[in-house]
Design a protein around this ligand. Structure first.
Ligand SMILES: Cc1cc2nc3c(=O)[nH]c(=O)nc-3n(C[C@H](O)[C@H](O)[C@H](O)COP(=O)(O)O)c2cc1C
Length: 363
């Protein structure tokens, strides 16, 4: 690689980023200010400090950490406590906690607050059995009678704003997002991010944008719409028409790291991000990750998955993927990536709307 460690982006790339960043319109969600209405969704094992930093560099108005166990925090588990670390360069980050017990959540939220997030978020959307089985995640949507006390107890323990991320309901017969939003508002929750699927749907079908728009229009709190915003066209369309106060993007930025910027391109504008720009982004992520990885092996595993995701939409990706997975060495991986991203003949990325991609997760 020609790029040095911790080097800034090239002048050309930084200038494209700055041009589009300047077109973003700030939003106020409750008492929280963001530079853009496009935010990074929480993603376990992905939404770590290096990736969050990168996404803020590339235009995300704000980010949310992966889900972090309140019990792990309270037991002072080292791996859990590591997840609370906020990089001093992060400006707009929320730490997301999960748990079922209000007192345990309150205690953990107080600890999390010490790490310097802008807000604390509660995971109320995780569909995974291990989490739901304990009464946490989307299970919290099942019994709304306890939610007021739950929010109140956590809110009382912290100074920074409290936010929640939910699904639209447990299943098709119990869609209750509006009720949850009303309870949240009573207890001073700042905004509600909503993944437009039920828990039963997991990641199947499409997010229910009709309902998200209805909630965005009628709910008494700022609503952040989330689900399936995977391509620039879909994000731009929603950004221009949505009744939600903001949008949250999870899987989309994995395949297109410029998805927080490209919706601000003007019609017919020829400015676009090249494969070489993607390579710079990978190098930057590697630089950020070096400060956080516990070993070269974990660094390799983590950067490799990002490289593969970022290559999506270009020609010959499956050949490239095979090559990368055969390489147990980081510098070799970067060499192969450089070769791939700098020799592509077709420099346009082509991603399809609603293409199935990563159909499991914690929210
Ligand atoms: C790999 C993966 C991990 C996720 N982890 C979390 C999480 O920790 N907390 C959370 O609230 N949602 C989590 N989610 C859900 C996303 O935040 C988002 O709601 C969902 O992916 C739909 O948005 P998208 O279509 O833009 O990806 C995760 C999703 C994926 C794919």
């Amino acid at each position: 690689m020609t790029t040095k460690h911790n080097a800034p982006f090239s002048v050309e790339l930084q200038s494209k980023i700055d041009t589009l960043k300047a077109r973003r319109k700030p939003v106020q969600l409750g008492s929280i200010h963001f530079e853009s209405p496009l935010l990074l969704a929480p993603m376990s094992s992905i939404g770590t400090a290096p990736f969050r930093l990168l996404m803020e560099d590339l235009g995300a108005g704000g980010t949310v950490s992966e889900l972090i166990s309140c019990h792990g925090i309270n037991y002072k588990n080292i791996r859990t406590t590591d997840m609370l670390k906020v990089d001093p360069r992060e400006k707009n980050i929320g730490l997301q906690l999960f748990g079922e017990n209000p007192e345990a959540m309150a205690m953990a939220a107080k600890v999390a607050e010490e790490f310097g997030p802008k807000f604390i978020d509660i995971n109320m959307g995780c569909p995974v059995k291990k989490v739901v089985g304990t009464g946490a995640g989307s299970s919290l949507l099942k019994d709304t009678s306890t939610l007021g006390h739950f929010f109140e107890t956590i809110k009382k323990s912290i100074q920074v704003p409290l936010t929640i991320k939910i699904r639209i309901g447990w299943d098709q017969d119990s869609i209750n997002a509006m009720e949850v939003i009303h309870i949240a508002r009573e207890e001073g929750v700042e905004f509600v991010a909503i993944h437009g699927r039920t828990r039963s749907q997991q990641y199947t079908g499409l997010a229910n944008w009709e309902l998200l728009e209805h909630l965005g229009e009628k709910a008494p709190l700022d609503i952040i719409g989330n689900g399936d915003l995977h391509t620039v066209n879909f994000v731009r369309e929603k950004m221009n028409t949505t009744k939600c106060s903001a949008l949250m993007l999870g899987r989309g930025p994995l395949r297109n790291p410029f998805i927080f910027l490209e919706p601000f391109l003007k019609e017919g504008e020829e400015l676009f991000f090249t494969p070489e720009d993607h390579l710079e982004v990978i190098q930057k992520l590697l630089d950020y990750s070096r400060n956080y990885a516990h070993s070269d092996h974990t660094l390799l595993i983590s950067i490799r998955k990002h490289i593969i995701w970022m290559a999506a939409g270009y020609n010959n990706v499956s050949y490239f993927r095979d090559l990368i997975f055969k390489t147990p060495d980081l510098s070799e991986t970067m060499k192969i990536s450089e070769e791939f991203f700098t020799t592509l003949k077709d420099k346009r990325k082509r991603l399809q709307d609603h293409e199935s991609f990563m159909t499991s997760g914690h929210g």
